[in-house]
Design a protein around this ligand. Structure first.
Ligand SMILES: NC(=O)c1ccc[n+]([C@@H]2O[C@H](COP(=O)([O-])OP(=O)(O)OC[C@H]3O[C@@H](n4cnc5c(N)ncnc54)[C@H](OP(=O)(O)O)[C@@H]3O)[C@@H](O)[C@H]2O)c1
Length: 334
């Protein structure tokens, strides 16, 4: 069955979604909605999409007028929940960008409606498809590092308009009402999602600090969150929009540690030396990142789940837990 896909948000990440859908032979791109005609047109021409909608509420008309099977949401964060609700009401499967909502009310509304429908919802946590995490998971499953005691995830770059090419002239990432938060809501949701997928759920946030140093904005552009996992190990997430692009994970256990540069620029380090003999560690050391797009893999998985009627991860609950983690951390601000 060919699925009719409509995309909302013809920006930087919208085009990455369109690339993924255009390569999937089970999808037909039928419509695109964006705020400005200019950006909707540009992507409609690039991806040969027959219908465009524009204006602040063009997405409403698109969902009402087109018989869509799938709605893909790549708009500013404050629109994720309203567009999801409208798409679900119209019996569309949803691929929603992170963060999937800005507050608990929105999360509850989305969850209640989703529970009444037989529809697939995917949160766009494409980092899960990075093969490095599978290699790390294999090391953890074998217990090579012993009991895990401390995990640190560092993720930084120079922000959405310098390191990442966000397109909208609104510069909404720096508008508290439209973004819903700062760098923690933007990058931190990825970090907690990966850590949950590797180590299980977190228990509680125990410490938080943030500042705004390099960008003129209300919310934070640097942030650190200290937390505890349900398995009692300690977690630390540090995110920044004021630093060189860098993404690393450090995992310490009672028998050793690994430190992995997720960009693949530097080889992983580990200790003690004897770990080098372990086959799973050898695999991690030999791994060379490919240029395959993680988003393509996520979209193929999402479409596969729709075709087979299976809801797998990254699902609504994964999106919800990541937002709740950030809300819990933000509650320390008060
Ligand atoms: N999963 C990831 O790793 C990842 C990476 C990057 C971004 N994202 C997420 O993707 C989303 C979009 O980010 P981006 O970087 O693509 O930003 P962007 O380039 O600014 O794109 C946002 C798009 O939404 C459009 N838009 C604004 N208001 C709209 C409305 N009322 N109706 C329809 N479209 C509207 C904008 O239109 P105009 O351009 O016409 O103003 C723009 O094209 C964000 O939620 C972000 O967190 C995720």
């Amino acid at each position: 069955m060919i699925l009719k896909v409509g995309l909302v948000g013809a920006g930087g990440f919208g085009s990455i979604h369109l690339l993924g859908f255009s390569k999937n032979s089970h999808c037909e791109l039928v419509a695109i909605a964006s705020r400005t005609e200019e950006h909707a047109n540009a992507l409609s021409e690039k991806f040969n999409i027959p219908k465009i909608y524009f204006g602040d509420e063009g997405w409403l008309k698109m969902i009402e007028n087109e018989s869509l099977d799938v709605v893909s949401i790549c708009t500013p964060n404050y629109l994720h929940a309203p567009i999801t609700l409208k798409a679900l009401e119209n019996n569309c499967h949803v691929l929603c960008e992170k963060p999937i909502a800005l507050n608990r009310e929105e999360l509850n509304q989305m969850e209640s409606l989703l529970n009444t429908k037989d529809l697939i919802f995917f949160t766009s946590f494409q980092k899960r498809y990075n093969p490095t995490f599978k290699l790390i998971k294999n090391i953890l499953n074998e217990g090579i590092l012993g009991d895990i005691t401390l995990v640190r995830y560092y993720f930084s770059h120079y922000g959405p308009y310098k390191s990442w090419r966000a397109l909208s002239k609104e510069k909404w990432f720096f508008d508290s009402q439209k973004a819903g938060g700062g760098v923690l809501l933007d990058l931190g949701v990825h970090c907690i999602d990966i850590l949950r997928s590797l180590f299980g759920d977190y228990d509680k946030v125990v410490g938080f600090d943030s500042n705004t140093t390099c960008i003129e904005m209300e919310d934070e552009d640097n942030c650190g969150v200290l937390f505890r996992f349900k398995n009692k190990s300690t977690g630390f997430i540090s995110v920044s929009w004021c630093n060189e692009p860098s993404e690393t994970i450090d995992i310490f256990g009672t028998n050793g540690f690994i430190k992995v540069d997720l960009s693949g620029r530097n080889s992983p380090s580990f200790g003690p030396k004897e770990l080098k003999k372990n086959q799973k560690i050898k695999k991690l050391l030999k791994f060379k990142p490919s240029n395959e797009f993680a988003q393509d893999k996520l979209i193929d998985h999402f479409i596969n789940c729709i075709q087979s009627g299976r809801q797998e991860s990254p699902n609504f609950d994964d999106g919800r837990k990541a937002v709740e983690f950030v809300l819990e951390a933000y509650s320390f601000k008060k």
